[in-house]
Design a protein around this ligand. Structure first.
Ligand code: TTP
Ligand code: MG
Length: 398
């Protein structure tokens, strides 16, 4: 039996979800990103890309290129939910899936020939199902391996379906720049170009010996990829290794109270996510990046798993106490790892803890029923108001 891998990647994911939910934005340039001076574009609709707007571009530049664009803030909770819906659909096409980000995943579809007469049929079927159930378009690549499937899904974006058949692997990728090879970043790219390798075809025409001599260890890997070979199996989804929340702030933090408020918010978000996945954490990590970009993290491991805001916050605060703060803070993040399935631990002696657990459970239920903003700690609102006031003061408003 031949191995066939399918790669599905949603088109302009965040922007498409927003356009779906705001039909009045259809056909318009929609740009999703942060709203402060330092923010960058997360993604842009294909209409906005015509203006030259792309991911990771500063919002300020995007505004200049596309002044009439619709600029919106990302709603990560919503995208995460849509992502889960996409994964559910994917399981109709493979026993195991390997998500590699919120909007893309690999599937091994080798055993699906009974259900679908052709590769085209399976590709079209998943696209149709995504469109019908979620009103979104996806681009699909089908090929003998993961590397080629990912290349294929990108070949006819948006709404594309591309198949790289056995026998045409080398030919179909020959014209791509070497940057398309997995593992080629800025440094390797420079090295390759200096050695006369600009396109994948340049490596194909060379030999393993020559490529290995020039590039060392990574040579064999790149040579194989360039020749369309990639044996890596699908690595099915496993429970998350860590759950975290971090922010690069629009201004650098220095007031103690301000830092602590941010810490509560990060802890609360992490705790909510832990409970949503029915997990508790045995390790909490605090990450701090200073004005000078000096970055450090501190971790603490505890015997009893935690998933309540107050517990996560208490630990994060302890960790903060271990950091020598002698300059302003640019980024704060709280992470939970060492995750285990949550068990309710009602202690007879700790009445307060039991009450907190009950309160969290009720709040979680309300959020599940009425949406994430139905009930939140007051501090979220207070912080939003403070932020609005700050923006007004700095006249950063749009
Ligand atoms: P991508 O699949 O890279 O991009 P996309 O889906 O927006 O567009 P395409 O049609 O080219 O696939 O990323 C998926 C989502 O991840 C994207 O909608 C927004 C988010 N993202 C960021 O937040 N920052 C980034 O730098 C990139 C590349 C993506
Ligand atoms: Mg995408």
């Amino acid at each position: 039996m031949r191995r066939w891998i399918m790669h599905v990647d949603m088109d302009a994911f965040f922007a498409s979800v927003e356009m779906r939910d705001h039909p009045e934005w259809k056909g318009k340039p929609v740009i999703v990103g942060g709203k402060t001076k330092r923010s960058v574009v997360a993604t842009a609709s294909y209409e906005a890309r015509k203006y030259g707007v792309h991911s990771a571009m500063p919002i300020s530049k995007a505004k200049k290129l596309c002044p009439d664009g619709i600029f919106i803030k990302p709603d990560m909770d919503k995208y995460r939910e849509v992502s889960e819906d996409i994964h559910k659909i994917m399981y109709n096409y493979a026993l195991e899936i390997e998500p590699i980000s919120m909007d893309e995943a690999f599937m091994d579809i080798s055993g699906m020939s009974k259900q679908f007469p052709t590769l085209n049929a399976i590709g079209n079927s998943i696209k149709k199902e995504i469109k019908k159930k979620l009103h979104l378009t996806a681009s699909v690549g089908i090929a003998p391996n993961k590397f080629l499937a990912k290349i294929a899904s990108d070949m006819n974006k948006p709404d594309g379906l591309t198949i790289i058949p056995y026998g045409r692997e080398r030919e179909m990728i020959a014209n791509l720049p070497i940057r398309a090879l997995w593992g080629v970043g800025d440094i390797t790219e420079k090295k390759l170009i200096e050695s006369g390798f600009r396109f994948i075809s340049d490596i194909q025409k060379s030999s393993l010996e020559v490529v290995s001599k020039k590039l060392g260890n990574i040579g064999k890997h790149l040579y194989d990829l360039a020749n369309g070979k990639d044996e890596r199996p699908i690595q099915p989804y496993r429970a998350p290794k860590s759950i975290g929340d971090e922010t690069t702030y629009a201004y650098d933090l220095y007031e103690k109270d301000d830092i602590d408020r941010k810490l509560i918010i990060h802890s609360d978000i992490v705790a909510q996510r832990l409970r949503r996945k029915n997990l508790s954490a045995h390790t909490i990590t605090l990450r701090v990046r200073f004005e000078s970009f000096r970055t450090l993290s501190r971790s603490i491991t505890i015997k009893e798993g935690v998933n309540l805001t107050d517990d996560v916050h208490r630990l994060a605060k302890t960790l903060l106490g271990r950091v020598n703060i002698n300059e302003k803070i640019r980024l704060l993040g709280v992470y939970a790892s060492n995750l285990k399935p949550a068990v309710e631990t009602f202690s007879l002696f700790d009445n307060k803890h039991e009450k907190l657990q009950k309160a969290a459970k009720i709040a979680d239920e309300i959020r599940k029923k009425f949406g994430n903003y139905a009930i939140q700690r007051a501090i979220h609102l207070e912080e939003k108001e403070r932020e609005l006031k700050r923006i007004e003061k700095e006249n950063l408003k749009w």
